[in-house]
Ligand binder design. Sequence first.
Ligand SMILES: Cc1cc2nc3c(=O)[nH]c(=O)nc-3n(C[C@H](O)[C@H](O)[C@H](O)COP(=O)(O)OP(=O)(O)OC[C@H]3O[C@@H](n4cnc5c(N)ncnc54)[C@H](O)[C@@H]3O)c2cc1C
Length: 390
Amino acid sequence: MSRALHDCVVVGGGAVGAATALGLARAGRRVALVERNARPAFTEETPVTRVTTLNAASMNLLDDLGVRSAIMTRRTHAFHGMEVWDAHSAARIRFDADELGVPALGWTVELIVLEASLWEAMEAEGVELFPGTGWRAVDWRSDRVDLYLNDERCLSGRLILAADGGESRLRHQAGIGVRRNPYRMSGVVATVRTRFPHEDTAWQRFNDEEIVAFLPLSDGRSSIVWSMPDYAAGEVLALGDAEFSERLDQSFGGRLGGIMGADPRFVFPLVGRQANDYVRGRLVLLGDAAHTIHPLAGQGLNLGFGDVRALLEALPQGAGSDPASARSLRTYTRARRVENEIMLRSMEGLRWLFGSKAPVAMHARAAGVQQVDRTAWMKHFFALRALGLN
Ligand SMILES: Cc1cc2nc3c(=O)[nH]c(=O)nc-3n(C[C@H](O)[C@H](O)[C@H](O)COP(=O)(O)OP(=O)(O)OC[C@H]3O[C@@H](n4cnc5c(N)ncnc54)[C@H](O)[C@@H]3O)c2cc1C
């Protein structure tokens, strides 16, 4: 069996794992990355499937990693307006980039664009890439971790980084527990054409148990994230194109004049999770492996990129130093666990407030939304948090 010793072995080549591996390699570390799926690739013909909104803090990280310009040339769209409203009152809140004095409120980016651009940069930076490769066993040693791949190879790392998603197998193998909140909700995702232009605005409507967001794309279409109870998602997915469009438009309150066409739909189960620890010995959890949240504020990946930034800042500098220094890893956990917990709880609170039909909750949200919309400093405060610039 061949064995190679690395400073860091990253498991999971999604956006978070790839950004982590790239950042570590740029800091002079010898890095390997293992991904069970094929290498992500993007061409102009690649259809739009999963779109994410990134905030300014995430774009700054991508800039520091040297991939921002590649991402910006690949259908990424900076948007300047954001509007949130409630189906049961006249209350609405509107944010504008000009009013807040920021260049953009967010960016809509396709996940495949992010991943493909990060993989190209990893390759250029000398990260050893193992796409289409799973692992069968892990051996936690005092001075390193040995990861046995599905073939005859073994990768040894002084630090192993789990970025293997919400159901992280490495987290499970390390015996790290997780607090789970099954929302019993699903997110239906599709790309749609609307009668009226999207006005360069990210729209979100709260409608009882449903929350529907329209995210503006560079080609004039919108990417929707429509969260609803699991049983309703099953029904919606079974609808033909015309019925789907009509049902979506109803939930959205007809804001953009009607849905003129919808691409294939995808569905994602929504689960809130928070790992009990982010670090165990020489293992670190990042991104969805550490936490997942409801997508209503579009923050899951932004939090994951926050983890990447915090880890890169916490690890000792100097290629020869042990990256698994207990002090550095404690700094990382302290920087991220509470921050992520606050976001997780805020999303659960918002989801309750906007999903409740109790008169007191309906009154509180109408009054609260109107108050924030009319009060400049409150608007600024909430906008800066959403932009990751708090
Ligand atoms: C409907 C929906 C909408 C969302 N919208 C937004 C948004 O607007 N803004 C935002 O910030 N966030 C959003 N999110 C959240 C965001 O998509 C995730 O937080 C983010 O993609 C997680 O990235 P990750 O790299 O941590 O995990 P993943 O993207 O899950 O990547 C994990 C990787 O690990 C690999 N892997 C898993 N197991 C193994 C193994 N055993 N061996 C090797 N490789 C393995 C997987 O193949 C995968 O490539 C949304 C989520 C959903 C569901």
